[in-house]
Design a protein around this ligand. Structure first.
Ligand code: ZN
Length: 229
């Protein structure tokens, strides 16, 4: 992989958290989007989100049209991650099979169905961890939702970068300690995925871990038009 761009596309004022997505460019000139952010019009039941600059506008600022996106890696179908999938009409969507199948019947993902329910010939279903491309691995991290995935990148200068996405939304949760919120029915799966990523950081000597919604960290990171290479 050649470059990683970080884009903030929205905000959740109540919790002061950024809504983000990522663009990866390969040495061969392929453009890979990781998530697409919030929908243009936010439904009433998700009114705690606030739109910022749309992903398509941020791509335009980099000289890219939606049709220049070759692939959309979809970490999961929550409203702040899959809101603009349908804008990328030439892209192949890459998602965990477990997640895509769960979403078909899970009311949590119904609001965004028109975005993620694309023709099957344009969706690549993945089972578990996979080296998708040289320098780009998908890591299955269920817990936040079934079949959530995180992304491990290798860049020439920066080295290994882990995008935890919502498996670990905040740096404070990146710990082997048990979290206090044992009322959460998914707490065990969340913890297992957290430990899986902690192990991966050690094994792959990851120098930069980017958390899914960590405002404090986000303020310290390079955002478009800057990039990691
Ligand atoms: Zn999220």
């Amino acid at each position: 992989m050649k470059r990683l761009y970080l884009m903030q596309v929205g905000f959740m004022p109540e919790y002061q958290i950024p809504i983000v997505c990522y663009l990866v460019q390969t040495g061969e000139g392929k453009n890979i989007l990781i998530d697409t952010g919030l929908p243009e019009i936010i439904p009433d039941e998700a009114s705690d989100f606030e739109n910022g600059q749309d992903v398509t506008v941020q791509l335009a600022n980099l000289g890219l049209r939606p049709d220049d996106i070759d692939m959309v890696i979809s970490t999961h179908y929550d409203i702040d991650h899959a809101g603009r999938h349908a804008a990328f009409t030439k892209a192949e969507y890459v998602v965990q099979r477990l997640h895509h199948l769960d979403a078909a019947t899970n009311p949590r993902f119904a609001a965004l169905r028109a975005q993620w329910d694309q023709p099957m010939e344009r969706i690549r279903l993945i089972d578990g961890d996979i080296k998708l491309l040289p320098g780009l691995e998908l890591i299955e991290t269920s817990g936040h939702v079934p079949g959530h995935q995180s992304v491990l990148l290798q860049l020439p200068e920066t080295g290994a970068i882990l995008l935890t996405i919502d498996a670990v939304p905040f740096s404070s949760s990146f710990t082997r300690d048990e979290q206090l919120d044992s009322s959460n029915p998914d707490a065990e799966a969340i913890r297992a995925s957290t430990i899986k990523l902690l192990d991966l950081v050690e094994r792959e000597q990851v120098g930069l871990v980017i958390f899914g919604h960590d405002n404090e960290q986000w303020e310290t990171l390079k955002k478009v038009p800057e990039f990691y290479d």
